[in-house]
Design a binder for this molecule. Structure first.
Ligand code: NIG
Ligand code: FE
Length: 411
């Protein structure tokens, strides 16, 4: 029996360790893996004695934690390019939604699709993320809006994880829009979610968290408070689409319920940022939606920094506001559009994205004990990961489960 299953040598390493300054750079480094976890990492000259079942030189390449996309809606049917054209001619996202388009248009297509059709449409999206170094993906429901179709979406999301090899974490977003059959009766729909859907999802362990869309065209604070209370009772973590189109007090609401994250945040106020800081909620910034909607109001990055709110970056892959299956693109856009540094973008798609999923102790940095999901890159510095657009630089994505034959423990 060897001490290590795999030993990587001759590596440049960016650990992204929380207590290390900057990228946590190690030159001439080595990293040892045992049982799907990092057993040792540091300068090769300091490598303790031990034997490895396999030793591989990575020839000076950079290792980073595998990337984590902590906010996606990548299970859906159909597309909404017609709405994109309408918006280019001046229609707003809210106007299109109020006319029965927007999210409800994807709901119609998704309800009509079989599980296999949804799976076949979504798999290439997951594969596109994997091809750029992503090993953990959050996937939301929210285009079913009734019990059967929300369950169908969550089951498809789970199947995507089983067949693609990456970790999928699922989120119930039944409170995404008011379904047409509940027109004018949003409270009744929230009751259906709380009384029927949530208990079933919790007992079947089909979702890792619960999300909602807090906006005038979606749900208000009292409705979301009811949903979050019930989620907390059932032991499900919560997160929120907050202050995307207007300041609806979403950041405060999410913080009040101990949310893992509040996402979007373009219109979040100073008091919203302070509430997030107190609650330890992660700010998940979504530049794909900002760009696609032609938004001009930027999220309050300076206030997030000065209040030490952790910042994550995600693709928000969805057919309405962020038709983008690329986390690397989101990183570049977050630097250019929001002024995040390349280091913030990489931390935001590794360490802080893990935190946004409640996985801070499990993955997202290259530190002893962390899950050995590792990206190996053909780059000369990790800042390049937030600089290139559409350029393949992944040499290899090493998955803990590949090393352990699927036996890596999951939180
Ligand atoms: O993250 N804002 C609400 N939800 C999605 C958009 C969903 C859609 O338009 O289909 C978002 O932007
Ligand atoms: Fe979203």
């Amino acid at each position: 029996m060897s001490d290590w299953d795999l030993l990587l040598t001759n590596a440049s390493i960016a650990t992204l360790g929380a207590d290390t300054p900057g990228y946590g750079e190690i030159s001439d480094g080595a990293l040892a893996i045992a049982g799907g976890r990092i057993a040792w990492v540091g300068p090769q000259a300091d490598l303790p004695s031990g034997d490895a079942a396999m030793t591989r030189s990575v020839s000076g390449r950079w290792l980073t934690p595998a990337l984590i996309d902590c906010h996606t809606h990548l299970v859906f049917a159909g597309e909404r390019s017609g709405e994109f054209e309408q918006r280019l001619s001046g229609a707003s996202y809210e106007e299109i939604a109020k006319a029965g388009g927007g999210i409800l248009s994807t709901v119609r297509a998704t309800r009509d699709a079989s599980p296999d059709e949804l799976f076949d449409a979504a798999l290439p999206r997951v594969q596109a993320l994997i091809a750029e170094g992503v090993a953990t993906v959050e996937i939301k429901s929210g285009y079913g809006l009734d019990v059967d179709n929300e369950l169908k979406m969550l089951e498809v999301a789970r199947r995507l994880g089983d067949s693609s090899g990456v970790s999928v974490f699922t989120t119930l977003l039944a409170a995404h829009a008011i379904p047409p059959e509940f027109g004018g009766r949003a409270d009744d729909y929230v009751d259906l979610i709380c009384d029927k859907l949530l208990p079933e999802v919790a007992s079947r362990r089909l979702a890792d968290a619960v999300d909602a869309y807090c906006e005038s065209i979606a749900f208000g604070a009292p409705q979301i408070a009811k949903l979050f209370r019930k989620s907390n009772e059932l032991g499900l973590a919560v997160k929120l689409h907050a202050d995307q189109l207007s300041d609806g007090g979403g950041a405060e609401l999410a913080s009040h319920f101990g949310a893992l994250s509040a996402d979007h945040l373009e219109y979040t106020s100073a008091s919203g940022v302070e509430a997030m800081a107190k609650a330890g909620a992660v700010a998940v910034l979504l530049p794909g939606a900002f760009l696609t909607l032609g938004e001009t109001q930027r999220p309050p990055v300076a206030a997030l920094r000065s209040n030490a709110v952790p910042i994550a970056v995600a693709s928000d892959c969805n057919p309405g506001t962020s038709p983008m299956c690329s986390l690397r693109t989101a990183m570049m856009l977050a630097s250019r559009l929001f002024g995040l540094t390349p280091l913030e973008c990489l931390a935001g798609t590794t360490r802080e994205a893990a935190r946004a999923l409640g996985l801070a102790d499990d993955r997202g940095t290259l530190e002893i004990g962390k899950r050995a999901d590792i990206a190996i890159w053909n780059i000369s510095h990790p800042r390049e990961l937030s600089y290139w657009l559409g350029t393949p630089q992944l040499a290899e994505l090493l998955l803990a489960d590949t090393i352990t034959g699927g036996q890596t423990t999951r939180p």
